[in-house]
Design a protein around this ligand. Sequence first.
Ligand code: PMP
Length: 351
Amino acid sequence: MSRFWSQAAQRCEPYVPGEQLNQPGIIKLNTNENPYSPSPAVVEAIETEAANQLNLYPSPTVDQLRERIADANELTKENVFVGNGSDEVLAFSFMAFFDQGKAIRFPDISYSFYPVYARLFNIPFKSIPLRDDFTIPAEAFFQSDGGVIFPNPNAPTSVYLELEAIKNIANQNPDQVVIIDEAYIDFASGSAVSLIHDYENVLIIQTMSKSRSLAGLRVGYALGNAELISGLTRIKDSFNSYTLDRLAIAGAVEAINASDYYVNITAKIIATREWSFSEMRKRGFTVLPSQANFLFATHASFPAETLYVKLKEAGILIRYFNKPRIENYVRITIGTDKQMQQFFHALDKIL
Ligand code: PMP
């Protein structure tokens, strides 16, 4: 601690991102990135923009991208807010919709950025225990004081919550904002985005980092009614009126246009996930039912940390957890078929 730090700086417990060892030959199954390259059309759009327009400021209102995202979701651009990755959109959402005096709720096993932001912005929170089967208990989110946020599918558990349960949570929080963080939704059975027509309190946050294969570009967005979106815009314009740079805008517009490409790689990842799920079970792992691009698993005879260390020695990065209840769990991002074969080959030498 420094005596020069503000209370906010002192309160921070910074998020520690997963290891980013990008040495050649390393198989990275630890941060839920997409193993496939982005669409060549996206790369071309970025190159063209870089060659022609970098001397000019980007659009502060990012209209072109917001319109494309709106079209793809049968909305208008007034329903769309964009930011530098969904992490930034989440930070703006905490500032726009959650208050210092009222406790928000999120699951106890969930995306670890939520408590980080809650502490930073001085928002009290109640973490709600997941059920024994790791599903989200919808009733425990009814009548919150300050609002609700959870990922769907949840991270790091990969478990999906059905639309009916989300509707109940929204109905039971009529005066609070209910944020659904849909970072992994394209690997799941369905988005809650249609709810924003009927529920003025529902905000959906999505990202181009996972199914669109653009984690390096940093593009995320929120979908909600115009009133919620204008709250986010007020926050953004008080920080950084330009938000997205020209390369990110050009690439993201093309990523929406290239939807066939991403539908195809998403289907491949889902097929690899289903195959990997049964391969894990064959090896004695308990694996939660996944609707994301990762598996969350535990093995009765092999500590998660040992698996992590030994796989790392073999050049394969995964995540393990040391929080109560999940201290023996590993999270494995789904790679290509070839990467997963190498993973199982390495695993067989350890088990
Ligand atoms: N929400 C969840 C649940 C995530 O797992 C992640 C990725 N770590 C994010 C949001 C943030 O993704 P990005 O900032 O790359 O859009």
